[in-house]
Write a protein that binds this ligand. Structure first.
Ligand code: C2E
Ligand code: MG
Ligand code: MG
Length: 745
């Protein structure tokens, strides 16, 4: 009975020996009593018997008590999950609870068999700690509690919490040590994990934890540092607070779709710091599952890659950009040229390659030095950039040679040539302006060679050679000019340039005149559309189709359009003075470029003011091409003019692109059915149905409708049956000079 002390056991043993002696004596006395019958002789044994009986009773009680205590002790100790033991001073185990098996893998017998068995279980790294503890408890005897590791019989390492204190006998002498040992392996593991998680979370990488609804519930210091937000500003928000606006909803939708499918996502995103700065980051998001298997949280790590991006950009800059001017270098130019070829082959548009060489650049370098040369090159680069559209390319080949690629020109070669010439002229005029080089004023001129290309079959080297040849021809021609590689293109462009100069002169010298074409309704002339003509000295009367496009391209449409408006308004004010013409309106064609000029509205008001024409008699004919530009601006301008009384008609309706939504928003008074639908309105059912649609559209939008190009009574009658009652066309009168128009009234 390992649970009892030795004293108890010695006590029990002596009592049982005494009992045996007394019992044998009693039986002997009984024989004696029976044979003697002497009462006197009976007294001694009776007394002895009583004492014996008492003794036996006492022993019995003690035994029962002891058994009861043992039972109680076992009930408590044997079934406790903690492993408890009592070790004597000698090291022998007086008691080891059955839980030793659970904790150490060793049986109670293993403990009873070997003194200080516990010592052998201590994990090597913790032996020092254990020795110290054993030394302490043996010496000082004060209770101790420590956490250490043991190696189980199966070789596992387990964390235990070891509590122990010494036990003294009645005299106060230490007789052993009692101990309770708890398995705290799981707790230690959890603690370690928490510790590690906290360490990881406090890493220098910004981290964020949200709940399953993406509401931020934790963020680390690094995150606050990197975003500029404090923790309190972030908690309760969603990561949308960081959105930069650079990604659309679809982008975020895709991220969440991937996370839902795979549990994680990583990639590059642009986000916004509190300061407003937008920066790139590498974002990693993982879904963290809860005990129920559903997503409980999202953990995201945000690596700021601003520096990396800068470095990448730097490398790219070095490889693809000219260090002096920042323009693409030869390598990038060749790549862009290849791209331009592919795109032009696909779209069927021409592109142009312009080679620009600065005249006498060497002289500047030699006289003023390279510093000045570099300054000039930088300014030239800036000016070139300003001459082209964003999707065109300006590159520096090296030295004083620059290259420009013009993309998406016309699909008609001659038109593309003209467009190229326009840009070339712009470049020449820009580069001709004086340069400020430190204190010195400098003048420089370019010689430009140009060549057109369309498909990807053209060879890049050939193209550069062609532009080079053309550039030398422009040097030969006296510099500061542009030459085409193709001589035919050259003549087209030359003719056009001559015509531009002539037209400019015609506008200045008042060689333009207006013809008036009647607009009628119900047999009455409502007014006239004015159509411009060019009274050319050699060619005679030139129709607008031959010079309006040129005027639009060159910007001459602005002075031209202004002259037409002035002439029309002056006429209106003259008509206003006579009763028979007072009611007449004048329709003026306004091209998109003219309408979009910043001062268009002011110009109209100025002219109305100057001529004293009634705005109510003026109608502006706009075309659908206006609606592909900034519609909001168009609408705003129209409303301002409309408020003054000016009317609007949409010319050539049906030939361009008109969105119904826009149409509804424009303050239009009239739709003008294009003459191309009227021409075959009787024979072509398709044209007839378009005309019909336009008429009902006008009715629905509460606008008027007029048909142009009406040449026969049949056409007029048909239009009338469709509901169109206003007409313009040869049937009612050709465009004629004012005198003729007035006498026809
Ligand atoms: P538009 O505004 O559509 O003018 C109608 C054109 O149709 C005029 O040609 C007119 O002469 C012609 N036309 C009129 N009735 C008939 C007909 O019954 N049959 C046929 N076949 N043709 C008819 P025009 O005068 O040659 O003008 C051509 C275009 O030039 C105009 O088309 C307009 O877009 C533009 N234009 C004319 N004058 C000006 C102007 O002052 N400024 C601007 N920006 N453009 C103008
Ligand atoms: Mg018109
Ligand atoms: Mg028209």
């Amino acid at each position: 009975m390992h649970g009892m002390t030795k004293t108890t056991r010695t006590y029990l043993l002596s009592i049982s020996t005494a009992l045996a002696v007394v019992m044998s004596f009693a039986s002997f006395q009984f024989v004696f009593v029976v044979s003697d019958f002497s009462l006197k002789m009976l007294i001694v044994p009776i007394a002895l018997g009583c004492v014996l009986g008492l003794l036996i009773g006492k022993v019995q009680t003690l035994r029962m008590e002891l058994a009861e205590r043992n039972r109680l002790f076992s009930a408590l100790s044997d079934f406790a999950v903690e492993f408890s033991y009592f070790r004597k001073v000698s090291g022998e185990y007086e008691y080891a609870s059955p839980a030793c098996m659970q904790l150490t893998g060793y049986s109670q017998e293993d403990f009873y068999r070997q003194p200080n068995f516990m010592d052998t279980l201590i994990y090597p790294d913790d032996r020092g700690l254990w020795q110290g503890h054993v030394h302490n408890i043996n010496g000082v005897g004060a209770p101790e509690k420590l956490q250490l590791r043991i190696t189980t019989k199966q070789g596992q390492i387990r964390w235990i919490e070891h509590l122990c204190s010494t036990v003294q006998d009645d005299e106060g002498k230490t007789i052993g040590v009692r101990s309770i040992n708890l398995d705290i392996t799981e707790r230690k593991k959890a603690e370690l994990e928490l510790f590690l998680a906290a360490k990881v979370f406090e890493s220098p990488n910004p981290m964020l934890i949200t709940d399953s609804n993406s509401v931020i519930i934790r963020c680390n210091h690094a995150f606050c540092n990197s975003t500029g937000y404090s923790e309190s500003e972030l908690l309760g928000q969603t990561p949308a607070i960081l959105h930069s606006g650079r990604h659309n909803d679809e982008f975020y939708h895709e991220i969440w779709e991937v996370i839902a499918r795979t549990g994680e996502w990583q990639g590059e995103v642009w986000e916004r710091r509190k300061s407003g700065e937008i920066y790139p980051k590498w974002l990693m998001i993982s879904a963290i599952k809860g005990d129920d298997g559903g997503v409980a949280n999202y953990l995201s790590t945000h690596f700021d890659i601003t520096e990396r991006k800068k470095a990448e950009q730097k490398i790219e800059d070095l490889a693809f950009f000219d260090q002096l001017t920042g323009l693409p270098n030869r390598t990038l130019l060749l790549d862009r040229l290849k791209q331009a070829m592919i795109v032009s082959a696909r779209n069927g548009n021409y592109c142009a390659l312009l080679l620009i060489d600065l005249d006498n650049f060497k002289t500047l370098n030699d006289t003023l030095g390279h510093d000045f040369g570099d300054m000039l090159l930088k300014q030239v680069a800036d000016r070139l950039r300003d001459c082209v559209r964003a999707d065109d390319t300006v590159a520096r080949l090296g030295g004083d040679e620059f290259v420009v690629i013009l993309n998406a020109l016309s699909s008609i070669e001659s038109e593309a040539g003209v467009q190229t010439e326009v840009v070339g002229e712009k470049i020449i005029s820009m580069l001709n302006q004086t340069y400020q080089l430190k204190d010195a004023m400098h003048r420089s001129t370019p010689s430009i060679g140009a060549t057109l290309f369309m498909n990807h079959k053209s060879n890049i080297d050939d193209l550069l050679k062609q532009a080079d040849l053309a550039m030398y021809r422009s040097k030969e021609a006296g510099r500061n000019t542009l030459r085409f590689f193709d001589p035919e293109m050259e003549s087209v462009v030359m003719k056009r340039a001559a015509m531009e100069a002539e037209l400019r002169e015609a506008i200045n010298k008042q060689q333009l005149l207006l013809h008036f074409q009647a607009q009628v309704q119900g047999g009455h002339v409502l007014g006239a559309e004015v159509l411009v003509r060019w009274q050319h000295l050699q060619k005679g009367l030139v129709p607008p189709a031959e010079f309006i496009p040129l005027a639009e391209e060159t910007g001459l449409i602005l002075p031209l359009g202004r002259w037409v408006l002035e002439a029309a308004c002056a006429q209106l004010s003259l008509w206003a003075k006579r009763a028979e013409t007072e009611h007449l309106t004048i329709s003026v064609n306004v091209s998109s470029r003219q309408f979009m000029a910043v001062d268009f509205v002011d110009r109209v008001f100025e002219i109305l003011e100057a001529t004293k024409a009634k705005p109510q008699r003026l109608k502006l004919e706009l075309t659908e091409s206006l609606l592909v530009s900034n519609v909001e601006e168009v609408i705003e301008k129209m409303f301002i003019l409309k408020a003054k009384g000016v009317a609007f008609s949409l010319d050539d309706f049906g030939t361009g692109y008109s969105s119904l939504t826009y149409l509804k928003r424009l303050p239009l008074d009239q739709l003008k059915i294009d003459q191309s639908f009227v021409r075959e309105i009787l024979s072509n059912p398709h044209d007839a149905s378009i005309a019909k649609t336009i008429i009902s559209l006008a009715h629905n939008l509460r606008m008027g409708v007029i048909a142009e190009g009406v040449e026969t009574n049949e056409q007029r009658d048909f239009l009338m049956t469709l509901g169109c009652h206003a007409y313009q066309g040869y049937l009612f009168g050709r465009p004629v000079p004012l005198k003729e128009f007035e006498s026809s009234l």
